[in-house]
Design a protein around this ligand. Structure first.
Ligand SMILES: O=C(O)[C@@H](CO)OP(=O)(O)O
Ligand SMILES: [Mn+2]
Ligand SMILES: [Mn+2]
Length: 548
């Protein structure tokens, strides 16, 4: 893993690597593209330097290991690619293959849950969505069908409504299809048992708000929620009457006519989490897996056969049982830099903290060499982020500047969460404000790079803020029934993302090469290693740089 010096670029520390989470370079530049509309003099000036210093790279589909060109990028696959420099078949793809070849049904994870099929209940907890970011409904249905084929007599679904990877107000339709599909499972008593919105129930991440997970535990396991219904479709109709978005549906439990929950989790039941992506199911997995657990009072801790669709944390071996082996992401840039004695600083706020550490490091929760790595987490607010669109950008910026000026680090990596987190609210004005704040922070960071005579690389992990409305095939904005209110787009986009390089220490003859038009995020890794003054390992995707 020894890095050879770069023949042209000096080892002039520190190099700044700045990620604008969810900032896409969308070819559609109308009034609904928040990145375009936002006043962003800093990024505009970088773009004005031309293709030698500013370009875009692919951040979706096969370029980041996702099954198809229709799969939008996301933070997991984006940061995996940026950190590893490799295109790795990701969870969504691996589960597709395991279902296609049926290997999922002959693995150790399936063998672990199967003994519950005959006389107990199989519980499936999942994001109910076809978004392909955390889960995919077609995979969930196949798993349920596979369980029934293997003798499952009682199946209970605990579903989180989406509205974040798919359009808001689509949850009724997903529920309708689910209920219909469950009714078709012959010889199995299959029902929806509980649920709630993904930003309200169960799917917290990075320990930002354990109360979300507690609400989920109560609804899924204990059958305890403030709202009880006998019919899941009625549940959504009623709960959404107040105008809540799909992401924020209140927790609910389905009961029989006598008010008894239809699907509490009991001893000897099996529980499968059918999301493939890790960050938002690590906490609920800990609640099921760890006998000693203090993050909230579980009230009752049933002894179950628990499995994840994947193993969500390889370091923690969490969960111990899983249906499909996760992608193996080895020799990431973080590991290579540490092996060469190079020092890394990484910082973001809670909502993206694991993105610049855990995902960046190939889904590892620890350090490679603790004395060489400093990871700083700025606590995020727990509010809908359109109410606080500046988020913690100033604090991240300040931490980044201090780390740069300390000269302790060879590379300083920061992630600004705003374009993504505010973009997910579908609030155009707030997202424009979010993008403007990022631009201002980038200016401050680049000023410090100038002051220190350093180098920088600016990029993003996927699109989001670059398109804030749903569109028809001609890219025209779609409107609500009133004909004037645009239908918001809360999801990521298929857009490529920008990559900019510069700084006083960048040698005049180093520029972006022009022979990699289809480059993707994985090409960024070798690029930033080059800026640090080293040749990148040969197994990484080629650098975007060349000496002219
Ligand atoms: O919020 C999330 O979980 C996803 C969208 O589902 O966004 P990101 O990939 O940017 O983290
Ligand atoms: Mn992201
Ligand atoms: Mn996102």
């Amino acid at each position: 893993m020894e890095l050879a010096p770069h023949p042209v670029i000096p080892q002039k520390k520190p190099v700044l690597v700045c990620i604008l989470d969810g900032w896409g370079e969308n070819p559609v530049t109308d009034q609904y593209n928040a990145c375009h509309v936002a006043k962003s003099p800093t990024i505009d000036a970088l773009a004005a330097k031309g293709p030698g210093y500013y370009r875009s790279v692919l951040a979706h589909g096969p370029a980041v290991g996702l099954p198809t060109d229709g799969d939008m990028g996301n933070s997991e696959v984006g940061h995996n690619a940026l950190g590893a420099g490799k295109i790795i078949a990701q969870g969504a793809s691996l589960v597709d293959i395991a279902l296609e070849t049926k290997s999922v049904y002959s693995g150790a994870g399936w063998a672990h849950v199967k003994p519950a099929f005959a006389d107990n209940t199989l519980h499936v907890i999942t994001l109910l969505s076809s978004g392909g970011v955390h889960s995919r409904y077609d995979q969930v249905l196949k798993l349920c069908q596979g369980a029934v084929a293997d003798g499952c007599k009682k199946l209970r679904l605990h579903v989180l409504t989406d509205g974040r990877d798919v359009p808001d107000n689509s949850c009724h339709e997903y529920m309708r299809v689910l209920v219909e599909d469950l009714a078709k499972l012959e010889g199995c008593d299959a029902k929806v048992a509980s649920g709630g919105g993904r930003m309200k129930v169960t799917m917290d991440r990075y320990e930002a708000d354990w109360a979300m997970v507690e609400r989920g535990w109560k609804a899924h396991v204990l059958g305890d929620a403030p709202h009880k219904f006998t019919d899941p479709i009625e549940a959504l109709n009623k709960l959404k009457e107040g105008g809540d978005s799909d992401q924020y549906v209140e927790p609910f439990v389905i009961t029989d006519a006598d008010g008894k929950p239809v699907g509490t989790v009991e001893d000897d039941d099996a529980v499968v989490i059918a999301n493939f992506r890790a960050d938002r199911v690590v906490e609920i997995s800990k609640a099921f897996e760890y006998p000693d657990f203090n993050s909230f009072d579980r009230v009752r801790y049933p002894k179950v056969r628990f499995a994840g669709l994947m193993q969500y944390d390889g370091d923690l071996k969490l969960p111990a049982n899983y249906l499909v082996p996760p992608p193996l992401i080895e020799r990431t840039s973080g590991e290579v830099l540490a092996a060469n004695g190079l020092r890394t600083f990484a910082c973001s706020e809670t909502q993206k903290f694991g993105h610049v550490t855990f995902f960046w490091n190939g889904n590892r929760s620890g350090y490679f060499k603790e004395d060489l790595e400093t990871y700083v987490e700025i606590p995020s607010d727990n509010v809908p982020f359109n109410q606080a669109p500046l988020m913690k950008a100033r604090e991240i910026c300040a931490a980044g500047k201090e780390a740069l000026r300390s000269k302790k680090y060879d590379v300083v990596r920061v992630n600004f969460a705003n374009p993504d987190m505010v973009g997910h609210t579908g609030d155009l004005a707030a997202t424009i404000a979010a993008c403007e704040e990022c631009d201002a922070c980038v200016k401050e960071l680049l000023d410090v790079v100038d002051e220190l005579g350093g180098m920088f690389l600016l990029t993003a992990d996927h699109g989001n803020a670059d398109d804030m409305v749903q569109r028809n095939k001609k890219n025209e904005c779609l409107f609500e029934a009133d004909g004037t209110t645009p239908l918001p787009l809360t999801s990521h986009t298929l857009a490529p993302v920008p990559v900019a390089i510069g700084g006083p220490a960048l040698p005049a003859n180093i520029k972006f090469r022009d022979d990699l038009p289809k480059a993707g995020l994985a090409n960024v890794t070798a690029t930033y290693i080059n800026l640090m003054g080293y040749e990148a390992p040969a197994e990484m995707e080629p650098s975007l740089l060349a000496a002219f």
